[in-house]
Design a protein around this ligand. Structure first.
Ligand code: A3P
Length: 326
């Protein structure tokens, strides 16, 4: 058995012995290293941690589910590939394929290992390889720190992320929306820390700490900042990734063109995002499920003030002393 397959088999064998949480409509979660993994993503995530060899030119995009992963994938792809594909090119790859196909999850590549070996597939990706993870910072491959490749973390107000995940589950679960509990149950799970890849506060705190300790290697972004100042945030992202916009590009409005290309309205209407799917096995997803409203403060339409206060208080309390403003 090759090294990747044996790492996957090792963690698949370990999973049933780990603490378990069952959620209505969602995947069973298992606790490892202080974090709750959807059971089917535990083995591929930890196998990647043990065997993935990062290169200095790699870009790792890290998020909690529903923090804006799809958006960040599109933006990072558009920024890093802009010399090959101008953002205003009507044949741009983002207008023909899902951001999830152009920027795969590292865990998906490991999940698909049986059908398409991860090593050769990763080796064949052109530099800079842009890959995504939901893994906590403490579960990133050691080669990420050693190689000093770039890590970009995108965080989002947990209230909006909880609402987004709840809608998403209702859309994707084969048992139908009514099998997913009420939003109050989702809030409870987030407050109790049993959220997928949670606790949310520990996920944020680990990446925050890393961004403070190693600002050249780890960048901490907020969904809300992207909404507020797309072009400015994209310019900061490009500079961090070592491909800053030149004065000439800025004068031509290239950062704004990247933002326009990756906007919700543009991407949700792309054929591949309306009807396509990505992933394998348990994790086959309709691409359309990743585009909903994309608003800041949507929680107000779904949570009672008490639910919102409770979640805010728990997160604030846990993050006190870190200097993270949400
Ligand atoms: P909502 O459900 O609040 O609308 P992820 O990509 O991590 O799964 O996150 C999905 C969330 O990001 C959804 O939030 C989705 O609508 C939003 N989103 C997807 N594409 C976006 C884009 N181009 N701009 C802004 N938000 C986007």
């Amino acid at each position: 058995m090759d090294i990747t397959a044996s790492a996957i088999a090792k963690y698949e064998a370990l999973a049933p012995s780990l603490p378990r949480f069952d959620s209505n409509g969602g995947a069973t979660r298992r606790k490892h290293g202080g974090f709750w993994y959807p059971e089917h993503l535990l083995a591929p995530t930890l196998a990647a941690r043990d065997t993935f060899a990062a290169r200095p030119t790699d870009v790792i995009l890290a998020t909690m589910p529903k923090a804006g992963t799809t958006w960040l994938k599109a933006l990072a792809f558009a920024v890093t590939r802009r010399r090959l594909h101008a953002p205003d090119d009507p044949r741009h790859p983002l207008l023909g394929a899902s951001p999830h196909d152009l920027v795969p999850f590292l865990h998906t590549i490991y999940e698909e290992h049986r059908a398409v070996p991860a090593g050769p597939r990763l080796d064949a990706m052109p530099a800079p390889r842009v890959l995504a993870v939901h893994a906590p910072f403490s579960a990133l491959p050691a080669s990420v720190s050693v190689s000093k490749c770039r890590v970009v973390y995108l965080c989002r107000d947990p209230k909006d992320a909880v609402v987004s995940f709840w809608h998403y589950l209702r859309k994707i679960t084969p048992a139908g929306p009514s099998s997913v509990g009420p939003i109050s149950q989702a809030v409870d799970q987030c407050c109790d820390g049993v959220w997928p890849f949670g606790p949310v506060w520990d996920h944020m705190a680990e990446y925050w700490r890393a961004s403070v300790e190693r600002p050249e290697e780890v960048m901490f972004l907020r969904y809300e900042d992207l909404k507020l100042d797309g072009a400015g945030t994209v310019a900061r992202l490009a500079a961090f990734l070592g491909c800053p916009f030149s004065d000439e590009e800025a004068a031509r409005g290239v950062p704004e063109a990247v933002v326009a290309l990756c906007s919700m309205d543009r991407l949700r209407n792309v054929h591949a995002n309306r009807g396509g799917v990505h992933g394998v096995g348990f994790s086959v997803f309709n691409n359309s499920a990743f585009f909903r409203k994309g608003e800041v403060g949507d929680w107000k339409d779904h949570m009672t003030p008490e639910m919102a206060r409770r979640l805010d208080n728990v997160v604030e309390e846990k993050l006190r002393g870190y200097g993270i403003s949400l």
